[in-house]
Design a protein. Structure first.
Length: 382
């Protein structure tokens, strides 16, 4: 069984540690990203209607097509550069890539002719699926698969973008115990994982709360939450590789003041398994997704330290409506459906659009746009 063999490997890692423990971030890294047994390696097909969760691109082409409209605007703001490089980070099954490229090729051939497309993907299985789905463009467009480290510093003019990527970055768990900040470590006993509290593994955890303006030591005893240091490192790496252009981040999360609300006393960590969710990350190891909400204040503050400008932070529903989703919904309502099949098609698409903008679901996702060397142009044209 995958989960037992992965549990054994995690236990070995714990035993090899001088303190017989690892941080929760190390545990989550192995559970999700172990090259052979991690969730994203061994269970890459568990996304979509029959899987553990679905994302906006699974609801049809509207999401990708409207993102394509946004990219055309960004291309024009930059002065229509050639090449204009789109870097999709965490492309999953390649659905979003396919919808973006199809739309640009059909409706914005001028932008498409300047396009260079790069995919940054950790899962080898997803890369195989992406290459198959995007094979239509192998002869007409330069599509490259690279890691961030394979992209040269200060080399990209264009836009780095991601959809539901950062929520799956490994997080540190912290808690307040005896009026001190303590970190949650993972150990094992009697073939089961247990949690141990001790002083933080790095001073960066304290620095993080200073960065986002949260006085964590005033929070009540037993308060528990997450810290996504990996997101800060990721944004630094992306910013270093961006010469001029944008970073567009779409994910579920909150500003820091809402994220670290004292009433959210057990954090945001969630696990997804066969379209059900719970908060026990030690079940179904390697066969369930583990996520935490994104702290958008941290991305904004880290971006400022990396030389980025915070251009816009909004909700996905408002973002898509501004790009024309309302017009699409209006057009759909005026469609004359004459057969039962046509009626069902219209109903399904209308339902999908409503899901994209539902403020209690996908429509409430955060959308953060950051820029580098684009300030005055964005004020004029954004």
């Amino acid at each position: 069984m995958n989960d037992r063999s992965l549990c054994h490997l995690i236990s070995q890692t714990i035993q090899q540690n001088p303190h017989q423990r690892i941080t929760f971030a190390e545990y989550m890294e192995m559970a999700l990203y172990h090259p052979q047994l991690g969730y994203y390696a061994a269970n890459h097909g568990q996304i979509g209607a029959r899987g553990d969760f679905f994302t906006s691109p699974h609801l049809g082409q509207d999401f990708g097509e409207l993102l394509a409209e946004q990219f055309v605007t960004l291309w024009r703001v930059l002065g229509q550069p050639k090449p204009f490089t789109l870097v999709e980070m965490g492309a999953g099954q390649g659905l979003l890539s396919h919808d973006i490229l199809s739309y640009l090729q059909r409706y914005h051939s001028d932008c498409f002719s300047c396009l260079q497309y790069v995919i940054v993907e950790r899962s080898a299985a997803f890369v195989v699926e992406q290459k198959h789905r995007l094979q239509l463009w192998h002869s007409s467009l330069q599509i490259d698969w690279r890691s961030l480290t394979e992209i040269d510093p200060n080399s990209i003019t264009g836009c780095f973008f991601s959809n539901e990527l950062i929520d799956a970055f490994p997080v540190h768990l912290v808690t307040i115990a005896h009026q001190k900040l303590q970190e949650v470590y993972v150990s094992d006993r009697d073939q089961a994982f247990i949690e141990i509290l001790d002083q933080p593994s790095t001073s960066r955890l304290t620095d993080y709360f200073n960065l986002v303006g949260i006085d964590i030591l005033t929070y009540p005893e037993g308060y528990r939450t997450e810290v996504n240091l990996a997101a800060l490192d990721w944004l630094q790496a992306v910013s270093d590789r961006l010469k001029r252009g944008f970073i567009l981040t779409i994910d579920y999360g909150y500003p820091a003041a809402r994220y670290y609300n004292s009433r959210r006393s057990q954090g945001t960590l969630q696990c997804y398994h066969q379209h059900s969710h719970h908060n026990n990350p030690y079940l179904h190891v390697g066969t369930q997704d583990i996520t935490a909400h994104v702290d958008f204040t941290a991305l904004e503050r880290q971006g400022e330290q990396c030389g980025l400008e915070n251009l816009e932070f909004t909700q996905q529903g408002l973002f898509l409506m501004r790009l024309g989703l309302g017009d699409r919904l209006m057009s759909l309502s005026q469609t004359e459906a004459k057969t039962a099949h046509d009626i069902q098609t219209v109903i399904r698409r209308r339902d999908a659009i409503h899901q994209l903008i539902n403020p209690m679901g996908l429509g409430g996702f955060g959308v953060l746009l950051q820029g580098k060397q684009v300030g005055s142009q964005w004020v004029t044209s954004g």
